[in-house]
Design a binder for this molecule. Structure first.
Ligand code: ZN
Length: 135
């Protein structure tokens, strides 16, 4: 089964609207079929979610996400000082499954696919798999 991968250049932290790139991958993979698109990030300090791509809200999600993780003496910080970013990413999740109808991503009016960066700047990879409905 095919998979499409795209890259995103991120800043230190931030939410990036990747809906257009996901739609393009879904069109290429689904070829008019219906099913489920599985969107995931290959990284341990990013997350994927579906929400409104309003700039204030996107900043709020990053700031609120960071505030969810308690300030502690994290053991992982002895290695690369980014334990908080790993924990936030796991709390939010590294994938979403989305409906596809007749080859098109089916999202609500205000829904977008957001990649959340907690330990950039880096070049991040996002994968899209498509699972078609049985005939
Ligand atoms: Zn780390």
């Amino acid at each position: 089964m095919a998979m499409e991968v795209f890259t995103v250049n991120t800043e230190r932290t931030g939410a990036i609207d990747v809906t257009g790139k996901v739609r393009e991958c879904v069109r290429n993979l689904a070829k008019g079929r219906s099913g489920v698109a599985f969107v995931f990030t290959f990284h341990t300090t990013t997350a994927i979610t579906v929400n409104e791509a309003e700039s204030g809200l996107m900043d709020d999600m990053i700031r609120a996400g960071i505030s969810l993780v308690p300030k502690m003496d994290y053991r992982h910080n002895r290695i690369d000082n980014n334990a908080e970013a790993h924990i936030i990413s796991s709390l939010i999740g590294n994938s979403v499954a989305l409906p596809v109808e007749d080859g098109e991503l089916k999202l609500g009016t205000w829904q977008s696919v957001l990649l959340l960066e907690f330990d950039g700047p880096r070049t991040r990879k996002v994968g899209v798999k498509f699972l078609a409905e049985a005939d």
